[in-house]
Write a protein that binds this ligand. Structure first.
Ligand code: BJW
Ligand code: ZN
Length: 255
C-alpha cells in the first residue's frame, strides 16, 4: 500500500529540493538498542537525567561508566536496520539531504551515510576532561580495565569521559550551527523516532515549520510534536521508512 496517497502531498514532496531529517533513539530500537524513555528506558532504576550529567558522572563514576560500557557492548553487536538503510537510499537521490541525529551509536554511518550531523556526540569516543586528549574504544578499555575505583585517567591525571553531550552541556557548536541552518532551509522536515523532549534538538522541527517546511513525523507513539505535523506516519520506522523510500523514489524519478 502506498503511504503517500494524497495528490497535494505528492506534489509538495515532488517540488521540494531540501530534505532535512532528524533522528532519535527510536530509529535504532529495531536494531536492538534500548531507547531512553518509556518502559524499557530505565537502567538500574535510574533515568537518563540521573545518568547523563557531569554531576552524575562525578557522583557515581563507576555506575555511569558501567552504563556506557554496557551500551557500547550492545551497539558493537548491533547492525543498522531497514530504517537506517532506507534513509541511506534517500540520501542518494534527494536533491539536498541533511541528516541530523541525536543518536550516539554511529549506525547511520555504518549504514553508509558519511556526512551525519551528530548533535549529542559519539559513544565510541572518549576524551580527557583536563587536556582534551582523545581515546578510542580500544585505548579507553585498556585504561578502564586497570583504573582504580572505575575512574579512568589520562597520563596528565585528568579524568577521561565519553564524548557525548550531557544535560546542561553545550552541543558541539559546528554541528548545532549546521543543524539550525538545515532546519531553516528545509522544504521537507522528517522527525523520526524521537520523543522530542530534549532541547535544543526538539526545536528543530518547529524552526523548520516556521520557515515553511512540510513536517512529517514517524513514530510508534504520539509526541509533543505530533499536533504540529503535516503528515503523521505512525508505526515502526524500520517498516515505514522503506515504504516512504519506495514511494518517494517513484514520485521523484517520475519527473
Ligand atoms: C520508535 C520506535 C520505532 C520507539 N520506530 N519510533 C530550554 C532550552 C535549552 C535547553 C533546555 C531548556 N529547558 C531545559 C533544557 C535543558 C536540557 C533539556 O532539554 N531538558 C529537557 C529534558 C527538559 N537540555 C540540555 O541540557 C542540552 N544542553 C543545553 O541546553 O545546553 C545549554 C548550554 C548552552 C551553552 C553552554 C552550556 C549549556 C543537552 C541535552 C543533552 C541530551 N543528552 C542525552 C544523552 C546523550 C549521551 C548518551 O547517549 O548517553 O541525549 S539525554 C538523551 O535524550 C539522549 C538522546 O539523544 C536524547 C533524546 O532522546 P530521544 O532520541 O528522543 O529518545 P527517547 O527515548 O526519549 O524517545 C524515543 C522515541 O522513539 C519515542 O518517542 C518512541 O515512541 C519512539 N520509538 N521505537 C519509531 N521502532
Ligand atoms: Zn589529559
Amino acid at each position: 500500500m502506498e503511504i503517500l496517497n494524497s495528490d497535494a502531498i505528492v506534489e509538495r514532496l515532488k517540488q521540494a529540493r531540501v530534505y532535512t531529517i532528524l533522528t532519535g533513539a527510536g530509529i535504532s530500537a529495531e536494531s536492538g538498542i534500548p531507547t531512553f524513555r518509556g518502559e524499557n528506558g530505565l537502567w538500574k532504576n535510574l533515568s537518563p537525567h540521573e545518568l547523563a550529567s557531569i554531576e552524575a558522572f562525578y557522583r557515581n563514576t563507576a555506575i555511569v561508566n558501567e552504563w556506557y560500557r554496557h551500551r557500547r557492548d550492545i551497539i558493537e553487536k548491533c547492525t543498522p536496520n531497514a530504517g537506517h538503510y532506507a534513509l541511506t537510499e534517500m540520501s542518494k537521490y534527494l536533491p539536498t539531504f541533511y541528516l541530523i541525529t541525536q543518536n550516539v551509536d554511529g549506525l547511520h554511518q555504518r549504514a553508509g551515510v558519511s556526512d551525519v550531523i551528530e548533535l549529542h556526540g559519539n559513544i565510541m569516543q572518549n576524551y580527557c576532561i583536563r587536556c582534551g586528549t582523545r581515546y578510542n574504544v580500544q585505548q579507553f578499555d585498556e585504561i578502564y580495565e586497570h583504573a582504580s575505583r572505575h575512574i579512568p585517567r589520562c597520563d596528565c591525571g585528568g579524568v577521561i569521559r565519553p564524548d557525548v553531550v550531557w544535560f546542561g552541556e553545550a552541543l558541539p557548536a559546528e554541528a548545532l550551527e549546521r543543524a539550525f541552518q538545515a532546519a531553516e532551509n528545509a522544504e521537507v522536515f522528517l522527525s523520526i523516532g524521537t520523543s522530542a523532549q530534549v532541547r535544543p534538538a526538539s526545536d528543530l522541527p518547529l524552526i523548520a515549520k516556521k520557515h515553511g517546511a512540510f513536517f512529517i513525523e514517524i513514530n510508534i507513539n504520539a509526541t509533543m510534536l505530533s499536533s504540529s505535523a503535516d503528515l503523521l506516519l505512525q508505526g515502526p520506522s524500520g517498516e515505514i521508512l522503506p515504504k516512504l523510500n519506495r514511494d518517494l523514489h517513484r514520485i521523484i524519478s517520475a519527473n
